[in-house]
Every structure is written in structure tokens, then in C-alpha cells.
Design a protein around this ligand. Structure first.
Ligand SMILES: Cc1cc2nc3c(=O)[nH]c(=O)nc-3n(C[C@H](O)[C@H](O)[C@H](O)COP(=O)(O)O)c2cc1C
Length: 133
């Protein structure tokens, strides 16, 4: 089966961040489950980091919904396109948050910064994989 993914970072609405996370997750898990999509979402200090993957024809409409969603903005695409295998096969949408798993500590330990975009995206990807393990 052909597989594709989207990996991005964005800024959420600070005033309703926690409520937005709850709403997003319940819709995401239902819709992703129906479409066989899997992935992981991390939320921290008004920032979202998300990996979503699945069959391209089922993934594309969900990507269009996510990119058009007004609950976040300043979307930076960190990766998009075909993948050989799923990275988050057991999660209809896994979730972690900065209060229990701070991304900024991880980046400092990994010595990663956004000047080298490829290394930065790889570090962020390892972060999500570690959360899902
Ligand atoms: C940060 C963020 C992550 C989201 N992740 C998903 C997701 O994984 N799957 C999903 O179906 N919707 C996700 N959504 C919600 C969609 O943007 C959209 O509201 C929902 O799929 C309903 O689609 P519709 O508004 O086109 O009917 C996410 C929204 C945000 C802001």
C-alpha cells in the first residue's frame, strides 16, 4: 500500500489552547480511525507539532482540513510526501503535552536549533517517536 505523511509545526490560539486540544483530539481520533490514518500530536505553550500518515487518497482531504483550520496559524511544513512505512502504527492520534514532556528541554539536550532545518526536523521527529514509545 502506498503511504504518505505530513509533518508540521504551528502556533495555536493561546486563549483556548487546552480546550482546542481536547476538541481536536476527539475529532481527530474518530476521523483518523475511520480513514486508517495514524500519527502523533504534541502541544506545548501554544505550539503544535504533528505527524500524520496514511493512504494518500484518505490523507489528502484531512491535510486540507488541518491546513485550513483557524485554531492554528504560522504553519511550518517540516516534511511531506511518501513514506516507506508508518512511524506511528498504533496511534489514531497519539498526544503529549509540554507540561509532562517538554520539547524545549529535548531540543537543548539534542543540541538542535532551527538554523539547520533538516537536523531540526529530524530531532523533532525523534522527539515524537520517543513520546510514542
Ligand atoms: C493542530 C491540529 C491538529 C489536527 N489534527 C487532526 C487530525 O489528525 N485528524 C483530523 O481528522 N482532524 C484534525 N484536526 C482537525 C481538522 O482541522 C478539522 O477540524 C476536522 O478534521 C474536521 O474537518 P472539517 O472542518 O473539514 O469538517 C486538527 C486540527 C488542528 C488545529
Amino acid at each position: 500500500m502506498q503511504l504518505a505523511h505530513l509533518f508540521y509545526r504551528s502556533s495555536g490560539r493561546l486563549d483556548a489552547f487546552d480546550r482546542d486540544c481536547d476538541d481536536i483530539l476527539s475529532v481527530a481520533r474518530q476521523r483518523n480511525g475511520e480513514a486508517g490514518l495514524t500519527g502523533f500530536l504534541h502541544a506545548e505553550d501554544g505550539m503544535f507539532l504533528q505527524w500524520i500518515e496514511g493512504a494518500p487518497e484518505l490523507l489528502d482531504p484531512v491535510i486540507a482540513s488541518i491546513l485550513a483550520d483557524t485554531r492554528h496559524r504560522d504553519i511550518t511544513i517540516l516534511g511531506q510526501g511518501p513514506v516507506a512505512a508508518r512511524k506511528f502504527p498504533s496511534w489514531s492520534m497519539g498526544f503529549s503535552q509540554g507540561r509532562t514532556a517538554p520539547l524545549f528541554e529535548w531540543l537543548a539536550k539534542d543540541d538542535a536549533n532551527s538554523r539547520d532545518v533538516t537536523a531540526y526536523a529530524q530531532s523533532l521527529q525523534r522527539f515524537l517517536l520517543a513520546r510514542a514509545a
